[in-house]
Design a protein around this ligand. Structure first.
Ligand code: AMP
Length: 175
């Protein structure tokens, strides 16, 4: 890992038992608050997306939005949001997926890829991969082509990468 990624990793704050007992939450707000670290993170994402040869960035609700807008701007491409159910105002495609407890539903606008097709999907963290896989299915339902994924953090022990085996996956920091 190079020095700048080590500095990113050192800034991630572990918060035990949030939001529920047994989860160690990876808090990225110390990275966001530091201009140099934020720039490093955005540049890392932009390098991944550029390498995947994309013409749009897909951001996942909600922490994925923090990076995806900046990355799309850096590449000079557009941003497509994947949102939690009920947030998008136009006609949508939906995918439901299982969480550890219960289930979740994500949506994308049906016309999201009218202007662009090949996308990099951006989120802050890859855990089990359920959220990311649902975002890929949504992008494909709406006519997009998933070039790959980029995550600031990967929790390797949860094996999300295996769920995304059909796609290139990049992560800046792994645990
Ligand atoms: P998953 O679908 O299991 O890969 O979960 C990924 C989503 O949940 C991402 O959008 C993350 O923001 C969030 N998430 C899951 N586990 C954590 C964690 N330990 N710390 C911070 N965010 C997490």
């Amino acid at each position: 890992m190079n020095d700048s990624l080590t500095r990113l990793k050192n800034a991630v704050r572990d918060v035990p038992d949030f939001p529920i007992p047994g989860i160690v939450f990876k808090d990225i707000t110390p990275i966001l608050a530091d201009p140099k670290l934020l720039a490093t993170a955005v540049e890392w994402f932009a390098d991944q997306a550029r390498g995947q040869g994309v013409d749009a960035v897909v951001g996942i609700d909600a922490r994925g939005f923090i990076f995806s807008g900046a990355v799309a701007h850096a590449l000079g491409v557009g941003l497509v949001p994947v949102r939690k159910k009920g947030k998008l105002p136009w006609k949508t495609e939906s995918v439901r997926y299982a969480l550890e407890y219960g289930e979740n539903e994500l949506q994308i606008h049906q016309d999201a890829f009218a202007a662009a097709k090949r996308v990099c999907i951006v989120d802050d963290l890859l855990a089990t991969g359920g959220t990311a896989l649902a975002a890929a299915r949504l992008a494909e339902k709406a006519g997009g082509e998933v070039a790959g994924f980029a995550f600031l953090i990967e929790l390797r022990f949860l094996k999300g990468r295996e769920k995304l085996a059909a796609y290139p996956v990049a992560s800046a920091i792994a645990y």
